[in-house]
Design a binder for this molecule. Structure first.
Ligand code: FES
Length: 181
């Protein structure tokens, strides 16, 4: 074997070894990129303290980039609620709340709450929703969706599934199926 051949082989082996090591580091880097950061996992939930919420005042929180409506109902609203409306109520320390994603189920505009009539109007194409976010006028095809939530005392943790949410799922009132008012 010639000397130049030996040098070429040695360089080839060294180059191959470097490439292999580089590949391992590249894979390790990719693995790191695939794993969600702890801060990203935490960002999946939003905690809302309802202890100072006033009745018939709309609060809008942000969860995973979406508006979430939180509305504490007045005793009158609770008294006149239909069975389907009651099933969608989140009850915290005896008080009834609407918790729903504040996006119209027609094409995704943000409906506005009317304090006087205690219902919602979507100005984009005229859909309306009742005090529990159930669609009452076309073109909205469905109620506003209820996000996964769990209760922690007076706090609502959006993004985690608690037993109250599971019950709503069983009752079929989350907003992913049509509901009669
Ligand atoms: S987006 Fe609300 S009625 Fe069309």
């Amino acid at each position: 074997m010639s000397e130049s051949m030996n040098r070429r082989d040695a360089m080839g082996i060294a180059f191959g070894a470097c490439a292999a090591v580089g590949g391992i580091f590249a894979l390790a880097g990719m693995k790191k990129a695939w794993d969600p950061l702890p801060s990203v996992k935490a960002a999946g939930t939003t905690t809302v303290d309802t202890s100072s919420a006033e009745a018939n005042v709309m609060y809008t929180e942000k969860w995973r980039g979406k508006p979430v409506f939180i509305l504490k109902k007045t005793p009158d609203m609770v008294a006149k609620a239909t069975e389907n409306e009651k099933k969608r109520d989140v009850i915290i320390n005896g008080e009834h709340f609407l918790v729903c994603i504040g996006l119209c189920t027609h094409l995704g505009c943000i409906p506005s709450y009317a304090v006087a009539t205690q219902d919602f109007l979507c100005a984009c194409h005229g859909a309306t929703y009742d005090q529990s976010g159930i669609n009452t006028k076309a073109p909205a095809p469905l109620p506003m969706l209820i996000p996964p939530f769990k209760l922690d005392g007076a706090k609502i943790v959006l993004g985690e599934e608690g037993e109250e949410y599971t019950k709503m799922k069983t009752d079929g009132v989350l907003g992913d199926v049509p509901l009669a008012v």
